[in-house]
Every structure is written in structure tokens, then in C-alpha cells.
Ligand binder design. Structure first.
Ligand code: HSE
Length: 435
């Protein structure tokens, strides 16, 4: 029987999950692939931990270069993460003619353009389904299922840690720090959780999605990123009272000349299906000119869901190899010579609806001062709500606006912040899907 040989770099949570699937589902995989998928080598610096797998003799090594330099290995599955050693290993593996499967969204978002070019020149593939949305087949859906569509927009909850924290605050009134600690204990937070809560993990994933949706070079630096650390229980409660949920959304839209790509906390109406995606789950909605709107939903992280996506990529590459070809589906969904630079729209140029929370002294004339400045900037107020005075004499004032320009909102907030009636920096949340 024909055999396709793979090597795994990194036996952490997901790497171990991949090895488990290769061993436990061997018969199933053989019957679907028509060949044996063999784990030839697996590298990790920790070879002592019992991972609950009976690795065949000679498979484990603490030298990752033994994997990428093994002449028998066809596919290298990189599960180390980060932008240092993982990058060196992938470059070496490509150089040695190996195909790559990776979950490394940070690496692809920062160095993807170089890596994909290197792979194309060498005639090998880089597959990256596990890098975005865990088990959700978002990459395959865009690249293959929606191949006949102009993708118009994608909106998604792509970070389980943030969704878990926001859901816990919403449903249980949990404290931010407690919810983060629980997310870390569940194992889906990044080693450095600031990547999660400050929105960078989501931005890495959005950069990848924008690229394959529009045939654009990956452009991480120009994505506007704002995390969830300034969201308070008060904002969530007010949003809920008005029929909205607050989610950290990755949004990308193709405008006439640019890509509007941004990551920020977003108020979405209860009628938006993303508003019901809770806990660590991820979901993404895609709009295409032929397909209309569609949605994918599932576990965005975790051992077996992410391993499932990695195995899917591995089998795709293995099928190509068995057919004597490679890269049947273009890595970035467009042929490499059609990938172009598309400018990113600066956040200042967007127009949307806004929620603003002011903290102001409770005295005559405050509202007229606020509305005067907003009016000067052509910002029309949809509703205003004021709650009870706090012990320091300040009062929270909540406002929803009609459609407004971001640049005008920022100018108005900067003027308002300098008023002596304002006791704290105003808080702003963009609203999507309002009217
Ligand atoms: N830290 C990520 C999350 C893991 O919380 O969703 C998957 O990329």
C-alpha cells in the first residue's frame, strides 16, 4: 500500500491531538485516502511527558531539524507557534521540498507573503486551515466552496478567549480578570493572553481571511485593532437593554478601492446570529455575490477541533501527492501571480453607528454642551440615557448615534474630553447592523 509520511513539529496540545488522530483513526483515514498516513517523526523539547500515545519506536526526537531534514517525510505539520524557530523550521522544510501544514496565524500574518512565495517557487504547498477558527472550515469554504463568488464581506468571532470573557460578564456578571483566568485554565488562551484580549490574535486571523477573500497580499500592519480591555459590565448591560450584544468582531469588507479591515468590540443586534455565539465558540458570517449570507460555527480552539483541521489539510496535500500533483487549490485561493496589493481603508474614513458613554458631572447644561459639540461635527444623536449619580458626583450618560463619520466622532470626543464637566475618558463602541 502507498504511504504518505508526515512529521510533527511540537507535541503541545494540538500536536498531540494530531498524533492521536493519525493513530486512532488510521483505518478510517486509509479508507478515505487510499494510502497509509504514517507519522514518521515528531519533535518536542519535552519528551518526558506522558501524552497518552504509544508512539512507535524512533519517532520521538527533541531535534526539530531532524524532522524537516528527514528525506522520507512528505508533509511537515508545524505546531510550535511564534515567529522565531517555527519560521526557521518552515523555511528549511520548504527548502527541502516538504509541504507544510501550520496553525501559526501570527507567523502567516507577519511573514506569509514571503513564505507563500518561497513555497510557490519550490513547488510545495502551505496549508493553514487550523490557523483560523479551529475546526471551522473557513479557509476551505472561501477557497473552494465559494470559488465562484466575489466575497463582499466577512464578520467573525475568531477569538475564544475574548468571547468567553464577554459571555461570562454578560451572563453571570463575572469580573474580567476572573473570566480571563478561567479561559486560561480551559487552555484556549494564548501563552501571552494580551494577544487575545488586545485583539491581535483576531487581527492575525483577519489578515489571513482578507487575503484569501480578495486575493490581496497579507497586510497585518494596516488593520485597525482594538481589544476588549475597556469594556465594562455597565456597557454590556446598557447594550443588552437596547437589544444589542457586545462581541469582539473581525470585520473585513471590500469597498470600491480598498479593504475595510478592523478588529474591535462591536455592538450587534440580537437578530444577528453572531450575537448568540457564546462561550469559547467561534463563528463567522460570509457574504458573497452568488451565495448571499452564510455562517460557520464551531470550536475555534482546543486539542481535537484544531487537530481535525490540521488533518484535513494533511489529507488534502496527501491526495494531491497520490495524484502526482501539488497545490490543486491555490494556497491563497487566487493564483500567485494574481495576488495584489490592495490598500486598507484607514479607520478614520469609515462611517458607522456609535455607542458612546460619557462620565460627566450631574449639573445643568451638561447635555447641551455634549450635544452642541456632537452637532458641530454633524453627529446626530439617536437616543440618550442617564443613570443615577455615582458617589463622586459623576453620572454615566449613554448615547447611541445615527450614521456618523469616525473622523468626526474622534474630533468631537477629543473636544468633549477636555471639558471640565467630564470626569473620565469617554468610551466608544462601534455598532454594526443598525439603522
Ligand atoms: N487564543 C486563541 C483563542 C486560540 O482564544 O481563540 C486559537 O487561535
Amino acid at each position: 500500500m502507498k504511504e504518505i509520511k508526515v512529521g510533527i513539529l511540537g507535541l503541545g496540545t494540538v500536536g498531540t491531538g494530531i498524533a492521536k488522530i493519525i493513530y486512532d483513526n488510521a483505518e478510517l483515514i486509509t479508507s478515505r485516502l487510499g494510502a497509509k498516513l504514517t507519522l514518521k517523526k515528531a519533535a518536542d523539547i519535552d519528551l518526558k511527558t506522558d501524552r497518552g500515545i504509544n508512539f512507535d519506536d524512533g519517532i520521538l526526537t527533541d531535534d526539530a531539524f531532524k524532522v524537516v531534514n528527514d528525506p522520507e517525510i512528505d508533509i511537515v505539520i508545524e505546531m510550535i507557534g511564534g515567529e522565531t524557530i517555527a519560521k526557521d523550521l518552515i523555511i528549511k522544510a520548504i527548502d527541502n521540498g516538504k509541504h507544510i501544514v501550520t496553525a501559526n496565524k501570527a507567523l502567516l500574518a507577519s511573514h506569509g507573503n514571503m513564505l507563500f512565495k518561497a513555497a510557490a517557487e519550490k513547488g510545495v504547498s502551505i496549508a493553514f486551515e487550523p490557523s483560523v477558527g479551529g475546526c471551522m472550515p473557513i479557509i476551505k469554504t472561501i477557497r473552494e466552496s465559494l470559488v465562484g463568488n466575489h466575497i463582499q464581506s466577512i464578520s467573525g468571532i475568531l477569538n475564544g478567549t475574548c468571547n468567553y470573557i464577554l459571555s461570562k460578564i454578560t451572563s453571570e456578571g463575572a469580573a474580567f480578570e476572573d473570566a480571563l483566568t478561567e479561559a486560561q485554565a480551559e487552555g484556549f488562551a494564548e501563552a501571552d493572553p494580551t494577544l487575545d484580549i488586545e485583539g491581535y490574535d483576531t487581527a492575525h486571523k483577519l489578515a489571513i481571511l482578507s487575503s484569501i477573500a480578495y486575493g490581496a497580499e497579507i497586510n497585518l500592519k494596516d488593520i485597525y485593532v482594538e481589544g476588549i480591555t475597556n469594556i465594562t459590565a455597565m456597557d454590556i448591560e446598557f447594550a443588552n437593554q437596547c437589544g444589542y450584544t457586545i462581541k469582539l468582531l473581525a470585520i473585513t469588507k471590500l469597498t470600491e478601492n480598498a479593504i475595510d479591515a478592523r478588529v474591535h468590540p462591536t455592538m450587534i443586534p440580537f437578530s444577528n446570529p453572531l450575537s448568540n455565539v457564546n462561550g469559547s465558540l467561534n463563528a463567522v458570517t460570509i457574504a458573497g455575490d452568488a451565495v448571499g449570507n452564510m455562517m460557520l460555527y464551531g470550536h475555534g480552539a482546543g486539542m481535537m477541533p484544531t487537530a481535525s483541521a490540521a488533518i484535513s489539510d494533511t489529507i488534502d496535500i496527501a491526495r494531491d501527492l497520490l495524484n502526482g500533483i501539488h497545490t490543486r487549490v491555490p494556497m491563497l485561493s487566487f493564483k500567485m501571480d494574481k495576488i495584489k496589493k490592495i490598500p486598507t481603508q484607514p479607520i478614520d474614513e469609515i462611517s458607522t453607528f456609535y455607542y458612546i458613554r460619557f462620565s460627566a458631572l450631574d449639573q445643568p447644561g451638561v447635555l447641551s454642551k455634549l450635544s452642541g459639540i456632537l452637532g458641530d461635527h454633524k453627529i446626530s444623536i439617536k437616543s440618550v440615557h442617564q443613570t443615577e449619580r455615582k458617589s463622586n458626583g459623576a453620572v454615566p450618560i449613554f448615547m447611541l448615534t445615527h450614521l456618523a463619520k469616525e473622523a468626526e466622532i474622534q474630533k468631537a470626543l477629543s473636544k468633549i474630553s477636555s471639558l471640565d464637566i467630564i470626569t473620565d475618558a469617554p468610551s466608544l463602541i462601534r455598532i454594526e447592523g443598525s439603522n
